[in-house]
Design a protein around this ligand. Structure first.
Ligand code: SF4
Length: 385
């Protein structure tokens, strides 16, 4: 078990609070300037030729990343002439809300239209708690569409359009925050999961930059340990992630316990077979000692037999993981059935019998097409009809 002493926990917490993820010199110049994708020092550098003092960088960063304003005109402590010039430059590109749905369980789904017309989705999941403060999680998209074509996924069936910029990734949280603060000025997103449309490790630099912006103390200041990045198994991405000096969590979308079945449902498995992915995940654990989360979508008659559970357990013998068992909901046009409660419970019991720390997680927002890519698919279908 990977249990840390309280002192060690405290030291990590302190390190986490102090630590910031700085820009790593990755190429931003190919992307059109968007102030929401820049760190304070980069905004300051952008405004230096305009004769602006360095502190403007931090001032504007706070308006954007902390107060989540969508208009330069709202930055009331900037000189009027600067506001006009910034407005004319067109460097602030908020996401255009296209659709918004609220489920019975409180889950909210946002469909955004980007500046070039692409559609992406984000999901807001509020969790009310009696004892501790509420958790407000946003599930983020990192690509418009996805090239990995997982068979059970609505996004995968819609093809790949392009990578999102860091500004478009952070924009999802900022624009949700802007909306929610109209009714609740104290609204704050507390947790992030990179599990929406797209494969984060195929857009690594922008995901990394977005995490730096999300965790920046002058911005949303979301704790690194409250962020989880989920991959379908891109091995070089897992290795790079393991080398990062941060406390961000890693999740693996596994969904099958052998190569044949996994390749059938997730073609990325042909490129990075199970053994390679698991080796990379194990390297990650050995290096970071942070427990890997594993997502397993349970599909009736596909991967829900007890022998699947035993094979699954055998993959993680000797190292700690946390496994989320997710009974899938039927997606229109995909021949996937949701398993009944009883076989799901039996599958869980078998995993636990073999020592796997596993829980059943229900998909949220079942009545609003909250699964990845469903709302975009519905909107596209209507546009094309
Ligand atoms: S499940 Fe994730 S990785 Fe697979 S196609 Fe859908 S968005 Fe891409």
């Amino acid at each position: 078990m990977n249990v840390k002493e309280p002192a060690e926990e405290a030291a990590i917490q302190l390190r986490t609070e102090r630590q910031r993820i700085e820009p790593e010199g990755e190429e931003q110049s190919e992307q059109p300037t968007d102030l929401r994708g820049l760190f304070p020092e980069e905004i300051a550098a952008l405004l230096t030729p305009w004769g602006q003092p360095t502190f403007r960088g931090k001032q504007i960063f706070k308006w954007l990343q902390n107060r989540a304003v969508r208009e330069v005109a709202e930055m009331t402590d900037l000189p009027q002439a600067l506001r006009v010039r910034l407005g004319e430059a067109g460097w602030l590109k908020p996401l255009a809300p296209e659709r918004h749905r609220v489920a019975r369980d409180g889950t909210e789904k946002y469909l955004w239209r980007l500046a070039d017309g692409e559609l992406i989705e984000s999901v807001l999941m509020p969790y009310r708690r009696a004892q501790t403060r509420d958790r407000v999680t946003v599930c983020l998209s990192t690509q418009a569409g996805c090239p990995l074509s997982c068979r059970f996924c609505a996004t995968g069936r819609q093809g790949f359009r392009r990578n999102l910029t860091a500004a478009e990734i952070v924009g999802q949280v900022l624009d949700i925050t802007h909306e929610k603060r109209k009714d609740d000025p104290d609204f704050k997103v507390t947790n992030l999961v990179f599990m929406g449309m797209g494969e984060p490790f195929l857009n690594y630099d922008n995901v990394r930059r977005a995490i730096g912006l999300f965790t920046h103390p002058e911005g949303q200041a979301i704790g690194q340990r409250r962020i989880t990045v989920s991959t379908a198994g891109i091995v070089p991405g897992i290795d790079r992630f393991a080398d990062e000096d941060w406390e961000v969590n890693l999740a693996l979308s596994l969904h099958a316990a052998d190569d044949k079945q996994r390749s059938e449902w997730m073609p990325v498995n042909d490129r990075f077979p199970l053994a390679q992915v698991l080796e990379a995940c194990r390297r990650y654990w050995e290096k970071t000692r942070r427990r890997l989360s594993v997502e397993y979508a349970l599909m009736a008659g596909v991967n829900d037999r007890l022998e699947d559970a035993r094979r699954l357990a055998s993959l993680f013998k000797g190292w700690p993981i946390h496994l989320n068992l997710i009974p899938v909901n039927a997606v229109a046009g995909i021949g996937v059935r949701r398993p009944e409660r009883e076989p799901t419970e039996r599958f869980l019991a078998e995993l636990r019998r073999w020592g796997v720390d596993a829980v059943i997680r229900e998909e949220r927002g079942q009545d609003i097409e909250a699964a990845c890519g469903q709302l975009r698919g519905a909107a596209k279908g209507e546009e094309e009809a």
